[in-house]
Design a protein around this ligand. Structure first.
Ligand code: SAM
Length: 291
């Protein structure tokens, strides 16, 4: 029963990325208990609900009706309805609709509760065998032009493990662009059809992946790419160059300790070494007053 005296709750419910056994007990309970399910594709989610014998009204919420449908959902939540948001697969909001309505709910004072479930990004990362202490999720690359070039250039210098999503018909083009911008020798893991019958992990260099998918195997199914970050190159900076950089940072208003923190990370040098140098630099002149 809807309690109209207080706002309802928006639940972001993670659903399987293939294997239906990956649904959680809590996700099933929430889907059974809410008043309404907002789904990216109601037919797709209908199959999931049918499998688990859940009968619940659905309403569509996808990238083409985000604003108008989002407003309607917020209005329903304010009237006391509890709503579950689900997407076609995985965690809502991760390269999927979700972020906009979460923001609207927070602004409207509506509680948003995560019901964690699978996400292709994390599933692939955990078995890639690449560092997981620090990673960056890039989702889908922009499809073309300057935005794509700029993103590829930014990724080229990324030292953390990189996660990308890609559609099968764009896979080879993306691998070629990665080879050109990063390095054909860079190691990557291509996770295909995670949790499904034809689950597969291909490991090798970008160059080998291009040959594999261009010549041997036509890309089919769903793909998540886990790419090794760039190995940091420590080109030694001279003491003069380090001092000059520190002077600039101090002039910009940083304290010695902030400048040390910043430069030691950027140059991958020990903090103590940089701080000793920072202590040799006089305080910057205060800006002269103009009349
Ligand atoms: N929200 C989802 C999540 O949390 O994983 C991602 C949605 S995004 C629209 C869909 C993309 O995720 C696919 O194009 C593919 O790159 C990746 N993906 C989804 N399911 C996958 C699977 N079973 N195996 C590999 N990649 C998958």
């Amino acid at each position: 029963m809807v309690d109209a005296t207080k706002p309802g709750i928006l639940y972001l419910v993670g659903t399987p990325i293939g294997n239906l056994e990956d649904i959680t007990f809590r996700a099933l309970r929430i889907l059974r208990e809410v008043d309404l399910i907002a789904a990216e594709d109601t037919r797709h989610t209908g199959k999931l609900l049918h499998h688990f014998q859940i009968q619940k009204p659905q309403i569509s919420y996808h990238e083409h009706n985000l604003k108008q449908r989002g407003d309607q959902l917020v209005a329903k939540l304010l009237q006391g309805e509890n709503i579950a948001l689900v997407t076609d697969a995985g965690t809502p909001g991760i390269a999927d609709p979700g972020t906009a309505i979460v923001q609207s709910c927070i602004e409207a004072g509506i509680t948003v509760v995560p019901i964690p479930g699978p996400s292709a990004a994390i599933a692939a990362l955990t078995v890639a065998g690449l560092p997981t202490e620090r990673f960056v999720f890039e989702g889908f690359l922009p499809s073309k032009g300057k935005p794509r070039r700029e993103r590829l250039q930014a990724i080229a210098t990324e030292t953390r493990t990189i996660i990308l999503y890609e559609a099968p018909h764009r896979l080879v083009q993306t691998l070629e662009d990665l080879g050109e911008n990063l390095d054909n020798q860079r190691h990557l893991v291509i996770a295909r059809e995670l949790t499904k019958l034809h689950e597969e992990f291909w490991r090798g260099s970008i160059g080998q992946a291009i040959s594999h998918y261009q010549l041997d195997t036509k890309p089919q199914g769903e793909f998540t790419l886990i790419i090794a970050g760039k190995t940091p190159t420590h080109e030694p900076l001279s003491e003069e160059a380090l001092k000059s950089e520190l002077e600039n940072l101090l002039k910009q208003g940083m304290s010695r300790s902030q400048a040390t923190q910043h430069l030691s990370q950027a140059a991958a040098l020990p903090r103590r070494q940089i701080y000793q140098l920072a202590l040799t630099i006089p305080d910057p002149e205060p800006p002269s007053e103009s009349n």
